[in-house]
Write a protein that binds this ligand. Sequence first.
Ligand code: 8YV
Length: 324
Amino acid sequence: MPPAETPDILLIRQTRPDVAGRLAERFRLHRLEEAPDREAFLDAVGPRIRGLAVGAMCPIDARLFDRLPQLEIVASFGVGYDTIDAGEAHRRGIVVTHTPDVLSDEVADLALGLLLATLRQIPQADRYLRAGRWREGSFPLTTSLRERRVGILGLGRIGRAIAQRLEGFGVRIAYHGRTPQADVAYTYHDSLLGLAQAVDTLIVAAPGGPGTNGIVDAGVLAALGADGVVINIARGSVIDEAALIAALQAGTILGAGLDVFANEPQVPQALIDLDRTVLLPHVGSGSHHTRAAMGRLLTDNLFSWFDGKGPVTPVPETPWKGQR
Ligand code: 8YV
């Protein structure tokens, strides 16, 4: 039995055994998903909970905070925290942490893989061979990364890692974000539409949330032109999915490579039916190496907090500024 002063931690959609195992060494763990009656469970343990360990894309809001009056910290698994009401957490003095940096290279690698797969139709060519169609004739020629102008929406940690990789491919790189960045040589556009007009390939690396909801809209897609290709490794919400489907169906853009969707794990049948899409089940950070690093960083945040050393990787909105 842990001593009485052992902090109580609630796990929500956080099922990695290494995370739970490490937390169990130090904390008293409660697993929301294992409770037969979650409301009764929250009534019983909620008043004691001081920390949350949550899976990615898990809704954490005022309603839950109301049930957890002793809550000090929400440690989230993933860099994106658009499903956590960080502003409300701030108002209540609750620290929110995420897992940046440790996944940037993995997600950027996948973005480049998805870009090449979409342009050169790698999955389609694989399906062609497996269906025995090579014997009937060569696979059709594809579009190319050669001579493309690539725009990155969101030059944060992951956007930068994508840009660095693209430099090796010898393509022109431009970007749009809230502010121009002094330490990069890529061309800045102060509007997304301006970026889309200047490029034919758009890689979405901007965070989700109200500020970016549906900003890749019909006008932006049309501006990419008939050779336009969209890659999204960020959040499905950033793209107006209905407008994307309409543009692909009408041929006003050429293709899309998507690792994320508006309503995961639901993927619109229209996207599946299109041959010019490459669709992945949100696997950007999904390697053993990177998910283990994310798990360690999540647990480091909780250990550090309850050791009185503050959070390791707080989100920008969090009340932590060196001291509470
Ligand atoms: C998820 C992600 O963490 O980091 C993010 O924001 O979306 C992913 O890395 C991953 O899908 C775990 O569920």
